[in-house]
Structure formats: C-alpha cells, structure tokens
Design a protein around this ligand. Structure first.
Ligand code: G
Ligand code: G
Ligand code: NA
Length: 254
C-alpha cells in the first residue's frame, strides 16, 4: 500500500492522535495556551511524524477531512480543560493552506467553536508563510474576517523561508512565532541572535504577542525574557504530551 492509501485507512481506523505542548507566559508565570500537534500511530510504520505525511495529505486533499478532525478534537479537549477549571487556556491549531482555501473554511471554524460553546478568542490558527504565496488577496480577506470575529492568527516558523517583513503590515497577525532554528544561536551574540532581538522588537511595536519555539535551556529562556519576549514554547517546560498526560501536567504546574 502506498502512503496515501495508508493515510486514508489511518483515518478510518482512527490512528491519528493529537498531542499538546504548553505555551508559557514568562511575565505572568502562567501557562496561557496549548498547541495541538498531529501524530500518526501506524501499526506497520510505527510513529510517523507530520513532517512525513502532511505533504502527502495535502497532495491527496486528505488534509481537508483530517484538518477538520484536528480542529474538532483540539476544541473538544479545550472545552474539557475549561470545564476542569483551566478556563483561561487558549488552543493553537496548525492550519494548512489547502484548508484555508476551502470556501467554507471560516464557517467551519465558527461553527466548530459554537458547537463546543467556546469563545472565539480562545482559538488561535497557526499559519505559515506558504499560506500566503497563493491567492494572496483572497486569503487575506478570509483571515481578516476571522480576526474580525476575534479568532487569533499566529504566523508560524517566522524568520525562515521567504517570510517578508511586509506580510506583517498586510496581515491580521496576533502572534509571531519565532522559529526554533534560531534557538541554537542564543545567547551567543551572533547575527542570528541579533535577528531574534529585532523580531521581538518589531512584533512588540506592532502590538503582537511574540512566542519563541523550541526553547530547551534556561539560558535561552533568560535571554528571551531580557529581550522582552512574552511567551515560550519548548522542551524546557514540556514535550508535546497526550491529552491525559497534559491534564496531569497542568494540574501539577504551579
Ligand atoms: O510536532 P512536530 O515537530 O512533529 O510537527 C512537525 C510539523 O508538522 C510542524 O511544522 C507542525 O506545524 C506541523 N503540524 C503538526 N500538526 C499539524 C496539524 O494538525 N496540521 C498541519 N497542517 N500541520 C501540523
Ligand atoms: O513548525 P511548528 O512550530 O508547528 O513545529 C513545532 C515542532 O517543534 C513540533 O514538532 C514539536 O514537537 C517541536 N518542538 C517543540 N518544542 C521543541 C524543542 O524544545 N526543541 C525541539 N528541537 N523541537 C521542539
Ligand atoms: Na505550529
């Protein structure tokens, strides 16, 4: 069976799972949100990283039903956490370009929130710049409409690839996520570290929340805090955890 067929079977057999990684506000010293990350547990292939199958899922358009499942599952877990007393938590969900290009994407998002009785501002959609390469105006209109309804938009993997600073003025971005590839340079005073400092400054000046991804060490955390970075996501606080483990982790954290 090729991987495309295997992915369809995986959907039917419910072999997909979400894991969650906390996002910590350093000033408030609180967990403010979680990012939902997709995992495929294949009986034949074992654990398969989304890096391996997202592209295939996009090419075969399986990402549409799969993305809908991700959104619903992440919202269901958020609702559960709100009911357990973690009412302040937000949920970040990765959205593929193909999902965003669906005519009914905005309705799907709003309807999903409504069906769980969740406020729009507790959902953040993570997009990458690849989203912006195609149908630029069309996509911006959609993102603006979502933002107008109070849904947050995060620009993921910022600082890599082709992301241009001018995107920031044209898009309704609420959060900038500094790519984890920058973390190796911290705090060595290299050009990469200088870029991180400037990204933080630009984000703040534009009233965005700035979050650093892939933070593993205390010294990175201290440096980011000193530079005014709001939020941290990374192994330093926790690896992505299965829902049950995340519930326990949250209960233990402060
Ligand atoms: O968690 P991990 O490092 O394995 O994720 C690898 C990549 O897969 C990340 O870049 C992440 O953005 C992407 N990814 C994870 N979950 C999803 C998802 O639900 N949908 C989409 N489109 N991408 C995801
Ligand atoms: O592209 P995106 O930012 O969505 O991907 C996040 C990915 O980074 C996930 O696959 C997650 O498992 C991984 N990740 C999260 N925290 C860390 C970390 O501290 N170090 C490293 N190397 N990877 C991390
Ligand atoms: Na992401």
């Amino acid at each position: 069976m090729n991987i495309e067929k295997q992915l369809y079977t995986a959907m039917e057999q419910e072999e997909f799972e979400l894991v969650y990684q906390p996002q910590v506000d350093l000033i408030l010293n609180k967990v403010t949100g979680l990012e939902a990350l997709l995992r495929w547990k294949s009986p034949e292939l074992g654990y398969v990283s989304p890096l391996k199958f997202i592209k295939v899922a996009e090419d075969s358009h399986l990402i549409i039903p799969l993305g809908t499942w991700v959104l619903r599952s992440a919202c269901a877990f958020l609702k559960l956490l709100h009911e357990q007393g973690f009412g302040h938590l937000t949920m970040s969900v990765n959205i593929s370009m193909l999902q965003l290009l669906q005519t009914d994407f905005n309705e799907l998002v709003l309807h999903t929130l409504e069906s769980f009785g969740l406020q729009p501002d507790c959902l953040e959609l993570e997009i990458t710049e690849t989203v912006l390469v195609q149908s630029y105006d069309h996509v911006i209109a959609k993102l603006n409409a979502l933002r107008a309804r109070n849904i947050k938009i995060a620009l993921d993997d910022f600082g890599t690839g082709y992301s241009s600073l001018s995107y920031l003025t044209h898009l309704p971005i609420s959060t900038l996520k500094i790519d984890k590839s920058f973390m190796d340079s911290i705090p060595t005073g290299t050009n990469q570290a200088t870029l991180v400092e400037q990204i933080i400054r630009i984000g703040k000046r534009m009233n965005m929340s700035v979050i650093a991804e892939g933070v593993e060490r205390q010294e990175q955390l201290a440096y980011l805090l000193e530079q005014g970075c709001d939020k941290i996501q990374g192994y330093f606080f926790s690896r992505p955890l299965a829902a049950k483990d995340m519930e326990q982790w949250l209960a233990c954290w402060k």
